[in-house]
Design a protein around this ligand. Structure first.
Ligand code: HEM
Length: 199
């Protein structure tokens, strides 16, 4: 990856930074959406028109939230596939040589694990939807990738949830590392991925 002419250190290309920040924005919508729609569908307490108190509301709004989650998830999966292809062909700027090799190793392990989970989480979601047989979103048909097995879909959705928590944990570590670089080590690692040059 060539050094950008506006910078005095090697940085990620505008395309790599675009992929990174677009992924952040979409995940900031997708995680709360997934949590809220399942809360609404399974746990929300409400009073039905007959005055009875019930738990878990699967109405048109919940259905639309599920459809939005499915479409956004497929969009994130497509974006990650493109991003990975770009990353594997265009590469990344060389590591900042002020950073100890052990830390560089841990950061590479974290980054590649995040990529792996960014593939595994939406793939598990899609497979769950296929087993469940809920193969449409806002009227758009989604192709089946498995036979229908509603019971087994529960297990796949549980994997989707656990992998989602693992992804969130690694993203938290990644974010904490960015703060550590800027606030504690005071190196220039974070500048390599910021949307714009700030110094
Ligand atoms: C990176 C992308 C994705 C993320 C971060 C994500 C995240 C989540 C989260 C946090 C939940 C709530 C889990 C819970 O608390 O029970 C959830 C549930 C769900 N997700 Fe995803 N998801 C993604 C992609 C997808 C895709 C591609 C599909 C299908 C096309 C999908 C289908 C579902 C469904 C149907 C549920 C609800 C399962 C149930 O009702 O038990 N997700 N997702």
């Amino acid at each position: 990856m060539a050094q950008h002419r506006d910078y005095d250190i090697p940085v990620y290309s505008p395309a790599a930074r675009g992929f990174h920040w677009l992924t952040v924005v979409l995940l900031l919508i997708q995680f709360p959406l997934g949590m809220y729609m399942t809360y609404r569908g399974y746990q929300m307490v409400y009073t039905d028109p007959a005055g009875e108190t019930k738990t878990g509301l699967f109405d048109a709004t919940t259905g639309n939230l599920y459809d939005g989650h499915k479409l956004l998830g497929i969009t994130i999966l497509s974006l990650v596939v493109l991003r990975l292809f770009y990353r594997l062909t265009a590469g990344a700027p060389p590591s900042d040589n002020s950073v100890p090799p052990a830390l560089v190793g841990i950061s590479h392990l974290t980054h590649w694990s995040i990529y792996l989970l960014l593939l595994a989480v939406p793939i598990a979601g899609y497979i769950g939807v296929s087993y469940y047989g809920a193969l449409s979103a806002f009227g758009i048909p989604l192709p089946a990738v498995t036979a229908k097995d509603e019971k087994f879909s529960e297990q796949v959705f549980a994997y989707h949830e656990y992998l989602g928590w693992a992804l969130l944990a690694l993203i938290a570590l990644h974010f904490a590392a960015a703060i550590y670089h800027r606030a504690v080590r005071k190196d220039r690692v974070v500048e390599r991925m910021l949307p714009k040059r700030i110094v």
